[in-house]
Design a protein around this ligand. Structure first.
Ligand code: FMN
Length: 261
């Protein structure tokens, strides 16, 4: 079979999932492709994907696929459409997230033909408490490109995707129980803030508002994704979690991508 059209679908508040998805496509040698960024966008209607090889990339939150990413991905339905499941995790563990993503794709009519778990800088990583800082790095991107070239090889050698043996994805059923939601949100420093609006524009769940000259973050809505913290040009937002120091201590040993093809 030949790989003609490619669709990349991702949810990626701090861009690591998007970067790996782009590197995979680059490794496939594809320059023109369809792209859907679900980070700040919920589709309005269902989209049926018949003839596009589809790459889904999402981060791991609490060992699972973030609920908001699953909700937005549910708008995409396949018709025995070959797909790739990709998760990005912050050098702790991806637990059941890759299994959950693969199962979800199957339930939506896709045929997962490959899967990968890559490492991205942990959302909570910050100066003094680095967790997978700067990843994906050159080595990760090159692994993603290599994965892309292997996908094309697989594509070209398979005559029917339905006859492929099922992928052996690490993880457990039932999936890991999500931890209790942390009722915290980034803290705002009014002396540094320039009211540029970056934080309100980029929040994936519209949890940030400017009210009476103050930036207010709604802790109940906030995903703790840290997009606002990492992208505030004035450094006016910070998120302190009880996990940051623990992760920096316990997850210092470098992990490498897991590829299943
Ligand atoms: C709420 C939350 C939970 C997370 N849980 C995990 C986890 O269970 N394991 C892990 O290794 N990384 C975890 N991370 C880190 C992200 O998976 C990692 O930073 C990922 O690269 C972010 O993807 P993005 O850049 O596409 O947003 C978590 C991040 C957040 C915000």
């Amino acid at each position: 079979m030949r790989c003609k059209n490619v669709h990349v679908i991702y949810f990626s508040p701090t861009h690591t999932s998007a970067r790996i998805a782009h590197a995979i496509v680059e490794g496939m040698g594809v320059t023109v492709y369809h792209e859907t960024d679900l980070t700040r966008h919920t589709p309005e209607t269902e989209e049926h994907i018949d003839d596009e090889f589809t790459i889904f990339a999402v981060p791991v939150y609490g060992g699972r696929v973030p609920t908001v990413a699953l909700e937005r991905m549910h708008y995409f339905k396949g018709n025995h459409t070959p797909a790739v499941a990709v998760v990005l995790y912050g050098n702790r563990d991806f637990d059941d997230a890759l299994l959950e993503l693969t199962d979800t794709l199957k339930a939506q009519g896709f045929i997962p033909i490959a899967a990968g778990a890559f490492i991205g800088e942990h959302s909570f990583s910050r100066p003094g408490f680095p967790v997978a800082e700067g990843r994906p790095d050159e080595s990760d991107l090159s692994a993603a490109m290599h994965f892309g070239s292997k996908l094309i090889e697989k594509f070209n050698h398979v005559s029917s995707f339905e006859e492929l043996p099922a992928l052996q994805i690490p993880g457990n059923h039932p999936y890991k129980t999500p931890g209790k939601a942390m009722p915290i949100a980034p803290t705002w420093n009014g002396e540094l803030c320039t009211y540029c609006g970056t934080c309100t524009d980029i929040c994936p769940v519209s949890a940030i508002n400017i009210q009476e000259d103050k930036i207010q973050c709604d802790a109940n809505r906030c995903l703790k994704c840290c997009a606002c913290v990492k992208e505030c040009p004035a450094g006016a937002l910070t998120l302190d979690t009880p996990f940051t120091a623990i992760l920096a201590k316990n997850c210092a040993t470098r992990k490498e991508p897991t590829i299943i093809i």
